[in-house]
Design a protein around this ligand. Structure first.
Ligand SMILES: [Zn+2]
Length: 306
């Protein structure tokens, strides 16, 4: 089968995977702090930097794999399913109404598709599950908090590409200001940056979510409380989503899946309490076992299939 490329655009790096169907042949990482670039530069300059950096990185990989024809990109933003336009990216401020798929295809002369990063990861997880499932929800806990839904075997993006933007479900009235413009979104509490902010508020100390997890494991009560809070808010959000979608399989991925043991106790008890009785103990929520390649894999498969 022909090889394809899947790209996971993160806040600080670009991960490019070369795939032969479901098999990862090689992963190459490029330093690309798009989050800092978007905060420091004007929107026009930031967009040009994002486009040039992505194009140069892909060209580097294509020099090794010139036979690749399909390139899929998981991008942290709202992607119009008809036009592929990125309407907004809450974690890459200033980027709006840009078309990475179109502009990159022009430069590379290859087929390029762009999908929301969490939806791409959802599709990757769906294609890797051991047993066939009718539907799957993916929750990505990284710098932000994304969600993706696979329903009847197909990715569900909604009419405007904002289906499953679950990170922006409000769980705390008049809470922390979010990149989307609202206050109290679950992303501000249950993502890596959310946990870091919870710790900062209580201690005035800047620590990463990873460092806070280490502190929690060592018995630091404030650190444990921050993860407990994240688990509770995550469960409030997910219970609401499940009441709408009634999907039996949920996979939690992203960098914070390593702290699942810290989130899980408060998450599980809150989820059971929030769910209606008909759904209790009928939803399987598991951390991803795909070593974080689901985003790249899903993007590469979507480029080939759609
Ligand atoms: Zn928000």
């Amino acid at each position: 089968m022909a090889k394809s490329i899947g790209i996971d655009v993160g806040g600080t790096n670009l991960r490019i995977g070369v795939f032969d169907d479901l098999h990862l042949i090689q992963e190459i990482r490029f330093q690309a702090d798009f989050s800092a670039i978007c905060k420091a530069q004007t929107p026009t300059h930031a967009w040009q930097t994002v486009l040039d950096t992505t194009a140069h990185s892909v060209q580097d990989v294509l020099a090794q794999y010139p036979e690749v024809q399909h390139i899929g990109i998981g991008f942290p933003g709202f992607i119009d399913p008809k036009t592929q336009t990125i309407s907004q990216s809450p974690n890459l401020p200033g980027l709006s109404n840009v078309n990475l798929a179109h502009d990159l295809a022009d430069i590379l002369q290859k087929k390029v598709i762009v999908e929301n990063d969490a939806l791409a990861a959802a599709y990757g997880e769906y294609c890797l599950v051991d047993k066939p499932v009718s539907g799957l929800i993916y929750i990505g806990l990284g710098t932000g908090l994304g969600g993706g839904l696979i329903y009847s075997g197909a990715p569900f993006a909604g009419s405007h590409g904002v289906a499953m933007e679950v990170g922006h479900i409000i769980v705390c009235q008049n809470g922390r200001l979010c990149g989307c413009g609202n206050r109290g979104c679950v992303e501000q509490y249950a993502s890596a940056s959310g946990v870091a902010n919870s710790y900062l508020e209580r201690t005035q100390l800047h620590r990463s979510a990873f460092e806070i997890a280490q502190l929690a494991d060592a018995g630091d009560e404030v650190a444990r409380l921050c993860y407990q809070l994240a688990g509770e808010y995550l469960a409030h959000m997910l219970a609401s989503v499940l009441k709408v979608l009634d999907v039996p399989n949920v996979v939690v991925g992203g960098g914070m899946r390593h702290a699942w043991h810290l989130l899980y106790p408060s998450f599980q008890s809150t989820l059971e309490a929030d769910l209606i009785p008909a759904l209790r103990q009928k939803v399987t929520v598991t951390p991803s076992k795909t070593e974080d390649i689901a985003g790249m894999l899903g993007a590469s498969l979507l480029a080939r299939h759609w």
